[in-house]
Design a protein around this ligand. Structure first.
Ligand SMILES: *Cc1c(COP(=O)(O)O)cnc(C)c1O
Length: 331
């Protein structure tokens, strides 16, 4: 299996904003994006993206998971980046129709079709470092993916960074390219020095998230995770897992979690931690590394509750249990 996200469907849906209107959407080859080298996005990072999935069910139908959430988040990202206003209705139509076009390429579970809507500032204007782009482009790329964690029998190692931020606090809830480039050096350093898989950013000792996934602490019957604010990305998977947990009768505490409390709780038997995200679904965290010391979370392996919640989510996505929250939509 090739690396996640490195295989693309040959065509994508695309629409251009000319300063006043969005063009009618078109389907074009995925390698045919024509940009002026002075395009705003290439200089001033006026870009945001989304990640969602379409799943194949046993009856052959294809369903998209919580698309409304991703489109709303992209509209918000666009606004916070001063990109032109996204046409949400058109975006929804472009996503469903490009998935329908490639419906026969949607892999069987545990695979899926990863959908990557992207919105970029295209105005050729290198003098606009402090001025928004007037023109933009919205496109929807598709990438069939396997099980992101086919090696998912290993719990992750996270380096706790209690000094640095993943991104500026007002950019946390924006799914924008620059935030990821900025988190690369700390993450590479954590890999090289501590064999860590990811950095858990905890500025000022406040547990936030990793480079591309939300963090959940599962202590017995209770899930503890940071309450929504502007400093981190509001994951659709996070929301889905919390909804499922409440439905199972678990206690969900959305509140501040300090590094001290995290390390103290992590050591208790039965404690679990996990990362949530569209690609990762729910992935167990087995080890926390802080100030050169390693701490097991619970027994350091994959927790039962993590597996149970992950399965509950997958069962809905794959059509194996009732879609009781109305999360799936037809193409
Ligand atoms: C995309 C992303 C997540 C997870 O969001 P989902 O909607 O669950 O995929 C979490 N944190 C960051 C920084 C992200 O980019």
């Amino acid at each position: 299996m090739s690396a996640f996200g490195s295989v693309f469907m040959p065509e994508m849906a695309i629409s251009w904003f000319d300063g006043s209107n969005w063009s009618e959407s078109k389907v074009v080859p995925s390698d045919s994006l024509n940009l002026h080298a002075g395009a705003h996005v290439l200089h001033y990072s006026s870009t945001c993206f989304e990640g969602l999935k379409a799943f194949r069910h046993e009856d052959g139908s294809v369903k998209i998971f919580r698309m409304d959430r991703n489109i709303a988040r992209m509209a918000q990202s666009s606004e916070l980046l001063a990109l032109p206003k996204l046409d949400q209705e058109q975006a929804a139509q472009m996503i469903t129709s490009i998935v329908a076009r490639f419906a026969s390429d949607v892999p069987e579970p545990p695979g899926s079709m990863y959908i990557r809507p992207t919105h970029i500032g295209t105005e050729p204007a290198i003098g606009k470092a402090a001025v928004p782009t007037l023109e933009s482009c919205f496109y929807v790329l598709l990438s069939p993916v396997g099980d992101y964690f086919s090696g998912g029998d290993r719990a992750l190692r996270l380096l706790i960074d209690d000094k640095n931020m993943r991104c500026p606090p007002h950019m946390g809830m924006v799914k924008s390219g620059g935030n990821y480039a900025g988190a690369l050096q700390p993450t590479m350093k954590a890999r090289a020095e501590f064999k860590a898989d990811q950095v858990l950013f905890c500025p000022g000792g406040d547990v936030q998230e990793t480079g591309a996934a939300n963090f959940l602490l599962i202590d017995g019957d209770e899930i503890i995770t940071k309450a929504l604010d502007s400093t981190f990305l509001h994951g659709v998977t996070r929301d889905s897992i919390l909804t499922l947990a409440r439905d199972m009768g678990m206690k969900v505490s959305e509140r501040q979690l300090s590094v001290d409390e995290l390390l103290e709780r992590a050591g208790k038997p039965g404690c679990e931690a996990a990362l949530s995200g569209t690609a990762a679904v729910l992935t167990a965290v087995g080890t926390l590394i802080h100030n050169g010391k390693e701490y097991n979370v619970g027994n350091g392996g994959i927790g039962e509750t993590t597996l149970k919640l992950r399965r509950a989510l997958n069962d809905i996505q794959w059509g194996r249990s009732e879609d009781k929250f109305g999360w799936l939509r037809d193409i």
